[in-house]
Design a protein around this ligand. Structure first.
Ligand SMILES: [Mg+2]
Length: 220
């Protein structure tokens, strides 16, 4: 799909052909209470292993129960999800500029599709945990690139957590970490860009009027 040249102000980043978004906390307001889910599943509060990876290590019966809890919690959260105020406008602006839009999430397919349908999101491809390895692996980025016919170097990955950045970076994509009003996390320097809101993206991609840009100290 042709698109206008979209370069960052530095001019060092190839034009973007596609943008791959994280879902929870990025297109939507954060809608998971991870601590409550971990508690119901019975994961130790002090464990630093994420939920999906913890479930993979369980015995079959325990694993089945944990997966049922997770699916129920995901379904409830998806139904209650709320988009960020500027999500529709930003997606529309990127699409108007000819960019391909994808989504990659560690959510289940049914959870992601519930959020997408609830809010009428228009996305070209959606990668969920049923589709293969999940973030922080680069695989979801590479799989979406193959399906969309774009090179990773022409892709931006936008997310609100370390795994989004690690996944995009390992795939060779340009990464943007969205932090909202939170303090800049210590891993922010792994991202190519740090933004507070989705609304900063169009300008960062070289589209339309430039908006104030927020970057972490020490970023290239
Ligand atoms: Mg997220």
């Amino acid at each position: 799909m042709p698109n206008e040249a979209t370069r960052t102000s530095s001019g060092s980043t190839p034009r973007a052909a596609a943008v791959l978004f994280d879902l929870d906390g990025t297109l939507t307001r954060p809608y998971f209470d991870f601590a409550a889910i971990r508690a119901e599943i019975g994961l130790a509060p002090e464990s630093r292993l994420p939920i999906l990876e913890s479930i993979e290590l369980m015995e079959p019966l325990q694993r089945k129960q944990a997966e049922e809890i997770l699916l129920r919690r995901e379904r409830e959260a998806a139904l209650a999800s709320e988009l960020w105020d500027d999500a529709h406008a930003v997606l529309a602006a990127l699409r108007t500029a000819g960019l391909i839009l994808g989504l990659m999430t560690r959510n289940s397919r049914v959870s992601a599709e519930t959020v997408i349908a609830k809010h009428g999101l228009k996305l070209d491809r959606v990668h969920t945990r049923e589709d293969g390895p999940v973030k922080p692996s680069p695989e979801p980025v590479l799989a979406l690139c193959a399906q969309l016919g774009v090179a990773p170097v022409a892709v931006w990955v936008v997310g609100d957590y370390l795994f989004d950045i690690q996944s995009g970076q390992a795939a060779g994509a340009t990464t943007a970490l969205m932090i909202g009003d939170a303090a800049v996390p210590d891993y922010a320097d792994q991202a190519n860009h740090v933004i507070r809101r989705l609304g900063e993206l169009p300008a960062l991609l070289g589209l339309g009027a430039r908006l104030p840009r927020t970057s972490a100290p020490g970023l290239p």
